[in-house]
Design a protein around this ligand. Structure first.
Ligand SMILES: C[S@@+](CC[C@H](N)C(=O)[O-])C[C@H]1O[C@@H](n2cnc3c(N)ncnc32)[C@H](O)[C@@H]1O
Length: 270
């Protein structure tokens, strides 16, 4: 099972959707105190980027996952804006951005009904809601959103160019696409070309692999303690892999530079 987690992005595309549904069901079953609200590898700063990011006490344990969201949204003022997040998972990032940056509306979209039900019950925040949907067919009008957020999710999609085209379609002419994900070094050029073909211009792009590695090192103990307190022992190795803790193959892949991690701020090419 931990091999499936490691090789997920190389599995045949039709298998990926059902696997996410199984995975969400499993996490919802084990996360009985509803404290697991992030599913990303996190981001640690190397230059005091977060010296001004004061978190509420209840958010502090998720600092590194939160910092990844803070980082990806850093170039755009969300206040009063209409925002869509695609692949919002267990909603922690959507809740953080809505509570701290006050968009007019923030919709989190995910393919798993289980996780959408979880999020609508767990995150009661003004302006925030969650709906089931598919990244390649977004249920929104043309030019209806100011920003689309996408964190560590696009690599799961069957057709990434179709997703980029959908984001471009629903963004307003000056809208921003705030995108971050792990990308193999040999695939970076293809992703850059696909973004350009979908009509995006790069405002800023950055390889943040080292920030992710640093976050995983700093967060390994917390991630393991979460896994130990929730999941049966037989699944620990699989969850270590998913969580990217030090010693897992996923951590090694980042650490040894077999996988990069990029963040992009993109604007529509008008
Ligand atoms: C690694 S999780 C990241 C979740 C969240 N962004 C975070 O950082 O905590 C990837 C998410 O993408 C969702 N996902 C995968 N394929 C999708 C698709 N085709 N459309 C919408 N969401 C999808 C999964 O269900 C999962 O919740």
């Amino acid at each position: 099972m931990s091999k499936i987690v490691e090789k997920y992005a190389e599995l045949p595309r039709p298998l990926r959707k059902p696997l996410w549904r199984i995975w969400h069901r499993m996490i919802t079953n084990y996360d009985t105190d509803t404290s697991a609200v992030f599913m990303n590898y996190g981001y640690a700063s190397e230059n005091g980027e977060f010296s001004k990011l004061k978190l509420l006490k209840e958010d502090e344990p998720d600092r590194y996952s939160i910092q990844l969201y803070h980082h990806v949204a850093r170039n755009f003022n969300l206040e009063g804006k209409d925002v869509l997040e695609v692949g919002s998972g267990r909603g922690g990032g959507a809740s953080f951005l809505t509570r701290y940056f006050k968009p007019n509306s923030y919709i989190g979209l995910d393919i798993s009904q289980k996780t959408i039900d979880f999020c609508n019950a767990r995150h009661k925040v003004k302006g925030l809601s969650f709906i089931k949907g598919h990244a390649e067919k977004l249920p929104f009008d043309n030019e209806s959103k100011d920003a689309v957020v996408n964190v560590e999710s696009a690599r799961c999609y069957g057709n990434i160019p179709a997703f980029f085209a959908e984001v471009s379609r629903i963004l307003k002419p000056d809208g921003k696409f705030l995108f971050t994900d792990m990308i193999k070094p040999e695939d970076v050029e293809t992703i850059n070309r696909q973004l350009e073909e979908a009509g995006f211009k790069v405002v800023e792009k950055k390889n943040i692999r080292q920030n992710v590695v640093k976050a995983l090192i700093l967060d390994t103990e917390y991630r393991k303690s979460h896994i130990h307190s929730k999941a049966p022992k037989m699944f620990h190795k699989m969850f270590y892999q998913f969580a990217g803790v030090e010693g897992s193959e996923r951590f090694d892949a980042f650490d040894k530079n077999r996988i990069d991690y990029w963040s992009y701020t993109l604007t529509k090419n008008q």
